[in-house]
Design a protein around this ligand. Structure first.
Ligand code: HEM
Length: 256
């Protein structure tokens, strides 16, 4: 069968090639758009901040005494039984949090690299006080928080010595020792100092992160924006004061 060229195929064949500047690079792999990455950063960061607020609520139970605090640690491991297996809820939280951390760090790194490339040899000079200071510190405070999480898990969850106290006790099927482990850890001044210092860095990171999330929401109105920014700031201050009070109370002998 002879192929008669149609008007359309002739048009394609005769279209002159576009100069390189006007060609769309169909072969290049599509880059994820910055706005999409920022949404991922905002969502995972907000989930992290919510976790910190709930974690703070749990941590403050330490002031209700050893029995209550250990009961709470025990409950966390057995919540939802027999529908869920032992540690079921804890594992769901671990998987969600680990996923958020991996996504948050990867996306933040991609955006940081793109920002540096786009800026080229021009340095990012901002001049609006604390906001600019905390914005510049985001990658650094983020790295410290990552290192802190590793230390914290070794110290109070896994009992990896010498990061964990020498008297670290594993939870058993019938009892938890979260209170004793916490007191033993914070009785070491260097460990208490790490926790207190980290809560300052964490508050800087969380307050700037939540400020950015609210600012990026855009068309929500001046009043609502101001309210949300204030709530974000308060969450950061509560995380700082509430958590830092615990190692301070142990060092001061208020908790023992
Ligand atoms: C002074 C501040 C803090 C105190 C007193 C504290 C205390 C604790 C305690 C007692 C546990 C439970 C250990 C157990 O039940 O065996 C725990 C678990 C945990 N903490 Fe903290 N924490 C603090 C800050 C933080 C911060 C800032 C983060 C995150 C950036 C964090 C992330 C975690 C995680 C992810 C776990 C769960 C570990 C697991 O079982 O998988 N904590 N924390």
């Amino acid at each position: 069968m002879s192929a008669t060229p149609t008007a359309a195929s002739e048009a394609v064949a005769t279209t002159p090639e576009l100069p390189p500047a006007f060609q769309t690079s169909a072969r290049k792999p599509k880059k994820l758009p910055n706005w999409g990455l920022k949404v991922v950063l905002a969502l995972t960061g907000t989930i992290g901040a919510l976790f910190l607020a709930v974690h703070l609520f749990g941590n403050l139970k330490v002031y209700t005494g050893a029995e209550h605090f250990n009961e709470y640690a025990y409950w966390l491991r057995h919540a939802g039984e027999p529908l869920l297996p032992a540690n079921g809820l804890v594992w769901v939280l671990r998987v969600v949090l680990a996923g958020c951390i991996v996504a948050h760090v990867s996306v933040a790194t991609i955006l940081w690299v793109r920002g540096r490339r786009a800026r080229g040899r021009f340095s990012a000079k901002r001049n609006n006080g604390f906001r600019s200071f905390s914005a510049t510190l985001m990658p650094l405070t983020g790295l410290f928080i990552l290192a802190f999480v590793v230390f914290h898990l070794a110290d109070l969850t896994l009992g990896v010595k010498p990061l964990a106290p020498a008297t670290f006790q594993e939870h058993t099927d019938t009892a938890a020792f979260a209170y004793q482990n916490l007191i033993a850890s914070f009785s070491r001044p260097w460990s208490a100092a790490i926790y207190i210092g980290m809560m300052v860095l964490l508050a800087i990171h969380v307050s700037h992160g939540l400020y950015t999330v609210v600012s990026d929401l855009g068309a929500i109105g001046k009043r609502l924006r101001a309210i949300l920014i204030t709530i974000g700031g308060l969450i950061a201050v509560f995380i700082l004061l509430g958590n830092a009070s615990i190692p301070i109370a142990v060092l001061a002998g208020v908790l023992s």
